[in-house]
Design a protein around this ligand. Structure first.
Ligand SMILES: NC(=O)c1ccc[n+]([C@@H]2O[C@H](COP(=O)([O-])OP(=O)(O)OC[C@H]3O[C@@H](n4cnc5c(N)ncnc54)[C@H](O)[C@@H]3O)[C@@H](O)[C@H]2O)c1
Length: 262
C-alpha cells in the first residue's frame, strides 16, 4: 500500500464482481474507504471477502442503478456511512447483442436503462453531492468500452450505450470544471470477467462458434497478446482517482493492450 487514496471515499457501482470488484480492492489497498454497490440484496462472495479483510473501510449497499429513487437514497446512505464521496467509479453495466435486423426493443430498453440512464443519473446525483460538499480533489470515472469507439454489426445497442458514456463524460467534465471536479472515463478492451462468459456464449450462438472460441480469438488479436484482467483496469482507475491525475479531465483512457489508438 502506498496510500494514494488515504482519507478518500470511493463509491463503486457494479462492484459485485469483475472489474468493479478489482477496482474496489485496489482502492482499499491505497487506503480508501469504499462504498460498494450492486443489485443483489446480499454482498457477493468477493465483496464479503473484502468486508472481512478491511472491515471498517467497506460498506455494501444494494441498489439498482436504473431506479432513480433508490439512487437518491443510495448517495445519502453512502455519505452517512463513509462521509463525502471523493470518487465515483460508475461501472455497472449489462451486455447484449444480436444481428442488427433482429435487435429488439426489450434489449434496447434494458441496455440503455442500465448503461446510459443508470450511468447518467448516478453521476448527476453524485456530482450534485460533490458540488454541495465542496469536496477537494473530487472526480468521476465512468466505465466506457472500446465498443464505444466504433460500431459492430452484431453489437449495435451496447456500442451505442458506450459511445453515450464517452459523450456524457465530456459534457460533465466541461460542466464541472469550474467546480474543480474532474470527470474521465476508462475504455477497457476485452477483459476476462463474468461478462465475457455471456459475450462468448452470444458470439457462439450468432457466429456458429464453439464455446470459448471467440474468447480465445479476441485475446490473441490484442497487440499485447492476451485479454486484460480486472487488475489491469484497476490500476488505471486508481491513477485517475489520485492526485497524480489532477490535470486530467474529459478524457477516455484506453486500457486495452493496444486495441484502439486515439
Ligand atoms: N469485460 C469486458 O471485456 C469489458 C470491456 C469493456 C468495458 N467493460 C465495462 O466494464 C464494466 C464492468 O464490466 P465487467 O466485465 O466487470 O462486467 P460484470 O458483468 O462482471 O460486472 C458488472 C456488474 O454490474 C452489476 N449490475 C448490472 N446491472 C446493474 C444494475 N441495474 N444496478 C446495479 N448493478 C448492476 C452486475 O450485477 C455486475 O456485478 C462495465 O461497464 C462494462 O460494460 C467490460
Amino acid at each position: 500500500m502506498t496510500g494514494r487514496l488515504v482519507q478518500t471515499h470511493v463509491l463503486v457501482t457494479g462492484a459485485g464482481g469483475g472489474i468493479g470488484l478489482a477496482i474496489a480492492e485496489a482502492c482499499l489497498a491505497e487506503g480508501a474507504r469504499c462504498t460498494l454497490v450492486d443489485r443483489s440484496p446480499a454482498p457477493s462472495d468477493g465483496v464479503a471477502l473484502l468486508q472481512r479483510t478491511h472491515s471498517t473501510r467497506v460498506v455494501y449497499l444494494p441498489a439498482d442503478v436504473t431506479d432513480t429513487n433508490a439512487v437518491a437514497q443510495l448517495i445519502d446512505a453512502a455519505q452517512t456511512a463513509n462521509g463525502p464521496v471523493h470518487t465515483l467509479v460508475n461501472n455497472a453495466a449489462v451486455f447484449d447483442m444480436a444481428p442488427l435486423l433482429e435487435s429488439d426493443e426489450a434489449s434496447f430498453d434494458h441496455l440503455f436503462a442500465v448503461n446510459v440512464k443508470g450511468m447518467f443519473f448516478v453521476m448527476q446525483r453524485v456530482l450534485q453531492h460533490m458540488v454541495d460538499a465542496g469536496t477537494a480533489g473530487a472526480s468521476v470515472i465512468n466505465m466506457a468500452s472500446q465498443a464505444g469507439r466504433r460500431g459492430e454489426a452484431l453489437v449495435s445497442h451496447y456500442c451505442a450505450t458506450k459511445a453515450a458514456v464517452i459523450s456524457y463524460t465530456q459534457s460533465a467534465a466541461l460542466a464541472m470544471a469550474p467546480h474543480g471536479i474532474r470527470v474521465n472515463a476508462i475504455a477497457p478492451g476485452v477483459v476476462d470477467t463474468p461478462m465475457w462468459g455471456h459475450v462468448d456464449a452470444l458470439f457462439a450462438k450468432y457466429e456458429g462458434r464453439q464455446p470459448g472460441e471467440k474468447k480465445r480469438q479476441v485475446g490473441l488479436e490484442v497487440p499485447l497478446g492476451r485479454m486484460g484482467t480486472p487488475d489491469d483496469i484497476a490500476g488505471a482507475a486508481v491513477f485517475l482517482a489520485s492526485d497524480e491525475a489532477r490535470y486530467i479531465t474529459a478524457q477516455t483512457l484506453n486500457v486495452d493492450g493496444g486495441n484502439v489508438m486515439s
